[in-house]
Design a protein around this ligand. Structure first.
Ligand SMILES: *Cc1c(COP(=O)(O)O)cnc(C)c1O
Length: 360
C-alpha cells in the first residue's frame, strides 16, 4: 500500500489515523458484531455515535448553548435553497459575491425573493475580497450572505462584513474546523463536510435557535425545514449514519491534535511554506491578492498553459495528485486542508523548485 499526497479540493484528504480506525472497526464496531453501516439509526450504539459527534463538534467550535447543530444531507447546494426558504420572511436578502459558490447561492435565492448583490469581486475574476466594512445593507433584508472561504479562487473573508444588525449567513464549507470561529457573530453557518471534515454526504448547519421557526416560505418541504431536523435532533429520517460516524472520528482527531487554535497555527505554517515559495519563484505565481489569501486552497499558475499541463502531469506521476485548477479557472490549485501533513507541502515545494530548474 502506498498513499499519495492528495491535494484535491473535495472530496479531500482525511487523517490517516481516522481511516485506520474505520478499517479496524469496519466489521465489528466496539463488540456490537456489526459495522456502523449496518446499524439501525435508532439503536443505542448509533445514538451514542451521533451524540458524541455533536458534543465534540460543539466543544471544538465553542458553539454557544443557544445554537443548534444539525447533521443534514443534500450537500452545499441544498443549503443554497434551504437558507432562503427558511429565512427570507420579507423575501429580500443581501448577497456578497466573492466567487462561484456565492454566485450560485445568490442565483438560487432569486427563485424565492429579491436578491441584492451588495458587493462583488467578479470584476477581477474573484481574485480579491472587497471592502465589506460599510456596505449598502438594505433595511428590509432578511439576512446578509457570504461564502467565507472561496474554494475555487483561494480567497478568504478575514474581516466579517458589517451587516448593520442583519443576520449573517456564512458558507464555511472549505474552511470548516480549520481555525476557531466566533459562532455568536453568525445567525447560520454551514458547511458540506467533504472539504475539510469528512466523507461527502453530510452538511453541518449551526443555527441560532430564534431563527428556527414554523414561519417558512409556503411550499417548503418538510425535509427542507430547519425546524424538522432541530425538533428531531437530526434523526427525523435516516441520516447519513456512516458518514457522520467518520466525521465524529475526525472531531476526536482534531481534539487530540489540540483543537482549532493549534490547527490554525499548523495551517498557517503549512500555507506559508507554499506562499513563500510562490512569492520567490520566477516561474510559479499565486493568483490572488496576498492579504486575502486562503490557508486552505492555494491557486497558482506559470502563465503558460502548456507548462501548467506539463507540471500537473509530472507532479501526478511523482505522487502529488489532484493539482489541476478548477475547470472554470485553469492553472493549478493545491488544497491543503487540516489532514494534509506539512511534509506534503514541503515535498510539493521541493518538487516545484526542481521543476522550475529543469524547465527554464
Ligand atoms: C464544494 C462547495 C459547495 C458545494 O457543495 P456540494 O456539497 O457539492 O453541493 C458549496 N460551497 C463551497 C464553499 C464549496 O467549497
Amino acid at each position: 500500500m502506498s498513499r499519495v499526497y492528495n491535494f484535491s479540493a473535495g472530496p479531500a484528504v482525511l487523517p490517516e489515523e481516522v481511516l485506520k480506525t474505520c478499517a479496524a472497526e469496519m466489521l465489528d464496531y466496539h463488540g456490537s458484531g456489526m459495522s456502523v453501516m449496518e446499524m439501525s439509526h435508532r439503536s443505542k450504539d448509533y445514538e451514542n455515535i451521533l451524540d458524541t459527534a455533536e458534543a465534540d463538534f460543539r466543544e471544538l467550535l465553542s458553539v454557544p448553548d443557544n445554537y443548534r447543530v444539525l447533521f443534514l444531507q443534500g450537500g452545499g447546494n441544498t443549503q443554497f435553497a434551504m437558507v432562503p426558504m427558511n429565512l427570507m420572511k420579507n423575501r429580500v436578502a443581501d448577497y456578497i459575491v466573492t466567487g462561484q459558490w456565492a454566485k450560485k447561492a445568490a442565483k438560487e435565492a432569486e427563485m424565492y425573493g429579491k436578491v441584492n448583490i451588495v458587493a462583488s469581486s467578479q470584476d477581477k475574476t474573484f481574485s480579491y475580497i472587497p471592502d465589506l466594512s460599510d456596505l449598502d445593507i438594505h433595511d428590509d433584508a432578511d439576512y446578509v450572505y457570504i461564502c467565507q472561504n472561496n474554494t475555487i479562487y483561494g480567497t478568504t473573508i478575514k474581516e466579517l462584513p458589517n451587516t448593520k444588525g442583519k443576520t449573517l449567513v456564512s458558507d464555511v464549507s472549505s474552511m470548516f474546523l480549520s481555525e476557531p470561529m466566533d459562532v455568536s457573530k453568525y445567525g447560520v453557518l454551514w458547511g458540506g463536510v467533504q472539504k475539510n471534515v469528512g466523507p461527502a454526504g453530510v452538511t453541518i448547519v449551526v443555527i441560532r435557535e430564534d431563527l428556527i421557526t414554523e414561519d417558512v416560505l409556503p411550499g417548503t418541504p418538510t425535509m427542507l425545514r430547519y425546524k424538522t431536523h432541530a425538533d428531531n435532533k437530526s434523526l427525523y429520517n435516516t441520516p447519513p449514519c456512516y458518514n457522520i460516524y467518520v466525521c465524529g472520528l475526525v472531531f476526536k482527531w482534531l481534539k487530540e491534535m489540540g483543537g482549532l487554535s493549534v490547527m490554525k497555527e499548523r495551517n498557517e505554517e503549512k500555507a506559508k511554506v507554499l506562499y513563500d515559495f510562490l512569492d520567490a519563484s520566477n516561474m510559479f505565481k499565486g493568483t490572488v491578492v496576498p492579504k486575502d489569501r486562503s490557508l486552505m486552497n492555494v491557486p497558482f499558475i506559470t502563465g503558460n498553459e502548456e507548462l501548467d499541463k506539463k507540471f500537473i502531469a509530472e507532479a501526478s506521476a511523482a505522487g502529488f495528485k489532484n493539482l489541476k485548477g478548477h475547470r472554470t479557472v485553469g492553472g493549478m490549485r493545491a488544497s491543503i486542508y487540516n489532514a494534509m501533513p506539512k511534509e506534503g507541502v514541503v515535498k510539493l515545494v521541493e518538487f516545484m523548485d526542481n521543476f522550475e530548474k529543469n524547465n527554464r
